[in-house]
Design a protein around this ligand. Structure first.
Ligand code: PMP
Length: 438
């Protein structure tokens, strides 16, 4: 028996039983794309530290040193009650520089859920301050992941997030996501954008355009299974929302900082967002930190001049987390890792091409340094159970990949992954899926 594994079972509450096996892997160290567990087994990390986070790879000296230096300098001081820190200010300025023009204000959180929560509150408050207090409804999408708190969890389009813990956040309504592979089955039409725009307009009319605060969406859905929308989807959604005075919140917790090939993905997809929520890749997971970016008009309305918004967390703008984020952004830039996501995409296209022909592979979707492989038993017959089996079998072969809540398994490696590591992953995955029996 391995004592730490027994203690893990006895003392840690693990709400998820993900995958087919109840076995847990207790990790202890990592370098680059390799991690080791308590049994001294070595795993290839094709998951971004198990959760889409680790852009720069494990053990990067620049981040370690920045964190250690800041712990010695000033580990923590409040980011509000009239206080700030040099690192929080520098990071906010850096992020404003990466954001589209006119998006200069940042609010820091401890992660993605708090960021989404912040954006949802700000959306309602913005309208309230402008004399439209009835704008309280939030539109989100089925299959989306936005977090695990009450607000962000209600916006999440995965029913187990809401079941048995209600009542959930009121005034949240869900529309369908863009899912080209399942268009016929979901929409009865191949015109993905056309169908979704009509559904959105009908939803807005049913609730009443004057009662809706905002829509929230990931530019490319991550947890939902790497769902890449048609090019005209976001521009047309944005146009429709603007016509009704509805704000748009881009949830870039997964997509930002290179994951899908850009610093921020929503501007390039034509979302023209009013707020952008980031986390994960902001620190490569080395420290818990999220950042919400606001269009200036939004920031001014809720917290400019005499306007006052009572909101914040003890660890908002945590100096050590901000120092680590600054070092992380520095490495992403210095090593050209945003561009490298496109190289990883090319390797995925090359090495995963063979998967498309396998009977149990329905679709392969690649967006930058992430790939989704949808496991099916027949034409478009989804199998979440088999996706779990693939992830578990890959773990037995010492590769960590992601299994989300649908039928899609996901690769989301550190952006520093090497050619041979992608090849090995693709070969193992091909073998595992070939041996699957429905
Ligand atoms: N939004 C998206 C798109 C996410 O994938 C996640 C986390 N998986 C969150 C929000 C929530 O972030 P956190 O877990 O840091 O609270």
């Amino acid at each position: 028996a391995i004592p730490l594994e027994d203690m893990d079972r006895r003392h840690l509450l693990h709400p998820h039983q993900w995958g087919a096996s109840p076995e847990r892997t207790v990790m202890v160290s990592g370098r680059g794309c390799t991690v080791r567990d308590v049994r001294d087994r070595e795993f290839l990390d094709v998951s971004g530290a198990g959760n889409w986070a680790c852009q720069v790879g494990h053990g990067r000296a620049e981040l370690v040193e920045a964190g250690a230096r800041q712990l010695g300098e000033l580990a923590y001081f409040s980011g509000f009650f009239g206080f700030s820190s040099d690192k929080a200010v520098e990071l906010a300025a850096r992020l404003a520089g990466l954001a589209p023009d006119g998006m200069d204000r940042v609010f820091f959180t401890s992660g993605g859920s708090e960021g989404v929560e912040t954006a949802l509150k700000v959306a309602r408050l913005f309208h309230h301050r402008r004399g439209e207090p009835d704008r309280t409804w939030i539109i989100s999408r089925t299959m989306a992941y936005h977090g695990a708190t009450y607000g962000s969890g209600t916006a999440t389009g995965f029913p187990p997030m809401q079941e048995g813990v209600g009542p959930n956040l009121p005034h949240v309504v869900k529309v369908s996501p863009p899912y080209p592979y399942r268009a016929q089955e979901m929409y009865g039409s191949a015109d993905v954008t056309g169908y979704l725009l009509q559904e959105l307009e009908e939803t807005i009319q049913r609730i009443g355009p004057q009662r809706i605060a905002a829509m929230i969406g990931e530019p490319v859905m991550g947890g939902g299974g790497i769902l890449v929308p048609p090019d005209d989807y976001w521009p047309r959604v944005r146009e429709l929302l603007s016509r009704h005075g509805i704000l748009l919140i881009a949830d870039e917790v997964v997509t930002a900082f290179g994951r899908v090939g850009s610093w921020l993905d929503s501007p390039a997809r034509g979302m023209a967002p009013d707020m952008i929520v980031t986390a994960k890749g902001l620190t490569s997971g080395y420290a818990p930190l999220g950042a919400v970016l606001f269009r200036d008009e939004i920031a001014e309305t809720v917290a400019g001049g005499d306007a006052y918004f009572f909101h914040g967390h003890t660890y908002s703008a945590h100096p050590t987390a901000c120092a680590v984020a600054l070092a992380n952004v520095g490495v992403l830039e210095k090593d050209g890792l945003i561009e490298r996501a496109h190289v990883v995409a090319d390797w995925f296209r090359e090495d995963l091409a063979g998967l498309t022909g396998l009977p149990m592979v329905g679709d392969v979707r690649i967006a930058g340094a992430t790939a989704g492989i949808e496991i099916v038993t027949g034409p478009q017959d989804a199998t979440p159970v088999m996706a779990g089996a693939v992830t578990a079998e890959m773990r037995h072969r010492h590769a960590v990949i992601l299994r989300e809540y649908g039928p899609t398994v996901v690769l989301s490696p550190p952006l520093v992954i090497e050619r041979d590591e992608v090849r090995r992953t693709a070969a193992a995955l091909t073998d595992v899926i070939e041996r699957l029996r429905p």
